[in-house]
Ligand binder design. Structure first.
Ligand SMILES: NC(=O)c1ccc[n+]([C@@H]2O[C@H](COP(=O)([O-])OP(=O)(O)OC[C@H]3O[C@@H](n4cnc5c(N)ncnc54)[C@H](O)[C@@H]3O)[C@@H](O)[C@H]2O)c1
Length: 355
């Protein structure tokens, strides 16, 4: 098993995001990438060859039988997260599972329980927590700079950005932009607010536009195995309430008739407010004046690859040194409870309590 200061890593699901994981592992001197697994055996072979990964599998159960691993990245479709994670944990392997943790809270609970029972680490890939900008903001919030954060609003809205394939096939994804994009921004707000207990959600989802696969003249991110099949929401809007009285508004879309795509994240506190997106800024008071300020920070410090590098270095550090995990599976479960409640509220037309 784990030699004193090296870890053996496997990757389950070697589509788009796995490349970012692999590149991050490659930068770490104490990591050996030993196995790649994908139900698409040809893709697994190709990726393994590209990165010099010696063992290739189409079935992770075989992989766990044949190679000794200290950790895996689970980068499958969302419906693969729970079964692959549970199989890994039971095989004694630590897991970094991509977001969303699962299709729903019930699956997520089983994953968290298995981690507890096996004593292995389950980390969820809330990569935005690892941005230098998010960590700076988190740190000044913990120092009390914003006072009590009582309200936050966040949105990630695309005019034409349905990735198709498994993403828009509910039985493989669990849902559309809410579970795909909403999961990141809801988590980030919740994390920055200090993880208050969610008590209820009210929300709506809308299905009026569809995949927009007929649109010409522009291109957008499409899943590795694109198809225009679509049975998930175009957009979603929700309000989530917390036991400390704080309230979060969230909106998200893959297709919506808006001029420009938007990404925003705003926190409102009793002493100051802050935005993380579209840019980091703090809005407060000093000596009787309204003051806006921001730290100088290269944008590249929070680029996607850099955030993943930091996330994956942390996963390896947790495995090697038992460092407390900044993004534990239990947090993924709490976010799944919020997402479930929003979907249920959209279905029933009622506010839904979160236990
Ligand atoms: N953190 C982020 O910012 C971020 C960004 C993109 C994707 N993701 C997440 O990563 C995951 C993968 O997304 P993607 O864009 O790479 O999708 P993708 O379709 O490009 O790749 C998924 C791969 O998983 C394989 N796969 C599916 N089920 C499997 C199973 N049971 N065993 C082995 N392989 C299996 C598929 O064949 C495919 O090659 C999703 O959960 C997604 O939400 C996270």
């Amino acid at each position: 098993m784990m030699s004193e200061n090296r870890v053996k890593i496997g990757i389950i699901g070697v589509g788009s995001i796995s490349h970012v994981h692999i590149q991050a592992y490659k930068q770490l001197p104490n990591v050996e990438l030993v196995a790649a697994c994908d139900i698409n055996a040809e893709r697994a072979e190709k990726v393994a060859k590209q990165y010099g990964i010696p063992h290739v599998y189409a079935d992770y159960n075989e992989m766990f039988k044949e190679v000794e691993l200290d950790g895996v990245s689970v980068c499958t479709w969302n419906n693969g997260h729970a079964p692959a994670t549970i199989a890994a944990l039971k095989a004694g392997v630590n897991v970094l599972c991509e977001k969303p943790l699962a299709l729903n809270a019930q699956e997520a609970q089983a994953m968290v329980d298995t981690a507890e029972n096996t004593g292995k680490l389950l980390m969820v890939g809330f990569v935005r927590r690892f941005g230098e900008n998010a960590q700076f903001l988190k740190s000044i919030i913990e120092q009390g700079e914003l006072g009590k954060i009582y309200y936050a609003k966040t949105g990630c809205i695309r005019r034409c950005g349905n990735p198709g394939g498994w993403f828009s096939d509910k039985k493989r994804s669990g849902g559309g932009p809410l579970i795909d994009l909403g999961v990141h921004i809801i988590d980030l707000v919740w994390f920055l607010m200090g993880k208050p207990k969610a008590v209820s959600a009210v929300g709506s989802t809308f299905n009026y536009i569809g995949s927009r696969s007929h649109i010409k003249g522009i291109s957008w991110y499409k899943s590795a195995d694109y198809s225009e099949y679509n049975d998930v929401e175009d957009s979603a809007v929700a309000m989530v309430k917390f036991d400390n009285g704080a309230t979060v508004f969230v909106e998200t879309s893959w297709t919506q008739n808006i001029k420009n795509d938007q990404l925003y994240l705003e926190l409102y506190g009793s002493k100051a407010g802050a935005t993380l997106e579209p840019e980091l800024q703090i809005m407060g008071e000093k000596d009787g004046y309204l003051v806006d300020w921001a730290p100088k920070m290269d944008a590249s410090k929070s680029s996607v690859q850099v955030m993943f590098n930091r996330e994956i270095a942390h996963f390896v550090d947790c495995i090697l040194n038992g460092t407390p995990c900044l993004s534990p599976g239990a947090d993924g479960l709490e976010i799944m409870k919020i997402l479930d409640a929003i979907y249920k509220s959209a279905e029933t037309g009622k506010e839904v309590a979160i236990r």
